[in-house]
Design a protein around this ligand. Sequence first.
Ligand code: F6P
Length: 490
Amino acid sequence: MKKRVLVASNRGPVSYEFGPDGALTGRRGGGGLVAGVAEGLAALTPEAEVSWICAALSDADRAAAHRRSVDREEPGDVPVRMLDIPPETFDRAYNNVANSVLWFVQHLLFDTSNQPRFGHEFRRDWAAYLAYNEAFADAMADEAAEGSASSAGVRALIQDYHLSLAPRLLRDKLGDAYADVGIAHFSHTPWAPAEYYRMLPVEVGEAVLDGMLGADHVGFHARRWAAAFLDCCEAILGARVTRTDPVAQVMHRGRVTQVAVHPLGVDAPALRTRARAGDVRAHVAALGQAAGGRKLIVRVDRTELSKNIVRGLAAYRELLATRPEWHGRVVHLAFAYPSRSAVPEYRAYTEQVRQIAAEITAEFRTPDWNPLILDVRDDYPRSLAACAVADVLLVNPIRDGMNLVAQEGPVLSERGCALVLSREAGAAATLAGDALLVNPYDISETAAALHRALVMPDDERRRRSAALAATAAASPPARWLGDQLASLDT
Ligand code: F6P
């Protein structure tokens, strides 16, 4: 008998669109979480029976959710169960709580003289977040009960801040009858220091921690985030924490939860194979032509407040303003694809990005040199191509759970790239030795690091890039997922 593995995440591995004739077509879902889990599962599927529970994110997804409860896109793909959560509940849970509050807390994004404000509207949204988590817990409990008899054990892998309450809810629903179902929760975000986390209303801060501690195993990408979580468990819940390495333990409400670090890197061979495809090669040629033999500074991000795109552009402006020797000799490719446009702060931020980009172009452009190419369209093959041709890769988030671009870039790089990396990215824990680390708030330091990266001797750049690629390849998704499953067996 095989093991049964249930994955639960807000965004799933497939999203649907209506074609002109009203027919539904499926597309692979995007983002680091989906890519990591999907690649991890691919290595696992021969030994396990997997299903992936996710939310319907659009009307087309909702239609697909009703078509069949379990959908399989292509032979070999993971069966997907999409939950049709009422649109208003989904909106309040995803946009108003997960993305506007929990995301902001974990990334320290609040402009605290004005935000957050927790009034009755927030309490209403919080009730929706609970209902949304209940819907996932119900679906997982059904699948677990069904799978228990016919499998060699059920494991639930619950992903991210959208589903912080789900582990406890699932545990309670399963009760003693299914006490052997293993539950893991993984955070793809950073975790806030306790003093900042305390900003949440008391009952909310406690519920999130208590919800996650319903799991047997709680995972983070970096040691810093795990340590901050343990601090919160102690300071806010009064839980008993044993800080053993590599696995810490939290004792709360008579249960022990393991807390551990599982860095997620990349599947380097698969990524390199993808980059050899015709669509990527066509973009490599086009980007090479746009650069016209000049050095290329590349960034690839969602247009996301935590990614710090505005300060990154300000640093490029400072580089050009203070070091005129780069005029006409460098081009900055900034790919910033749209994200979470239902949240007002994201719309305002996108405007700020466009504004500063327009200012840089107006200030420095000459008839034969365009210093900055900003493109906000999501184009995966073009993003891979940009990484392949970069001389310098700029990854300067305010805070980031891990950051896959910092790892994909060196793996894809054809001439070797210098990585300018925020010390606040989870990836800095493993890449620090070969990247140029910067304080993401310090524009002058970032500008100086860009200069240093641009003048880095070729052999040093190649050597550092190869070392970065090797580090990224050392924690492939299969290992990331396999280690979490193995932890549930101990
Ligand atoms: O960093 C957390 C995360 O879940 C990523 O794994 C993912 O790329 C991103 O957020 C996706 O956000 P959304 O689903 O809101 O677009």
